[in-house]
Design a protein around this ligand. Sequence first.
Ligand code: NYM
Length: 212
Amino acid sequence: NNHKSNSRGALIVLEGLDRSGKTSQLSRLHSYLEGLGYLVESWRFPDRNTGVGQMISSYLANKSQLDDHAIHLLFSANRWEKRSLMETKLRSGTTLIVDRYSFSGVAFSSAKSLDIEWCKAPEVGLLAPDLVLYLDIPPEKAAERGGYGGERYEQLEFQRKVAHSYQLLHDASWKIVDASLPVEDVEKQLREMVLDCVTTCRNGKALSQLWS
Ligand code: NYM
């Protein structure tokens, strides 16, 4: 593989309901890309390691209460505080595969009846993903998988609303993958899409910004 020194990494986002399999697919993709010789890092939002991330974590654990708008803006701030590092990594050739991004932000908050355009506004100017992979699973099926951790939002009734919000949000550029399929089948589909994206970015596709 002839890695061009000025070629950039790809920004790849996995989205989906809780228990849709994002986290395990992410780690499989990570190993796959690494095995092919790519520079790759796995990220996730919320990033609970920052000060803002700790406030979010405490909210999700029901240890603190926050106004719906305020927590929405904290989730967004948590992405903004990582934006410049994200850009540096991408421009230096590292591919980032990210567990949740702005789409989770909008889907979860608008499921609480916040206005969808209001929810999108603080995300404008963040880096746009080169690829959004949506792991599609019926809320009932995700709930059957068990392991809802007892955090805020991890309830069937709410997840149904989130699924609806995701439907309003996605556009033709998203790749929708049937996450009810066996893990290996999902993995196989994701590998192809990811490889295609990484190649396009290496060949000079420009970085762009949300929300256009
Ligand atoms: N979540 C995640 C939001 O409500 N807004 C956001 O912007 C993001 C990134 O946090 N139930 C919700 C979705 C999840 C929860 O995520 C924690 P995870 O992937 O379970 O750590």
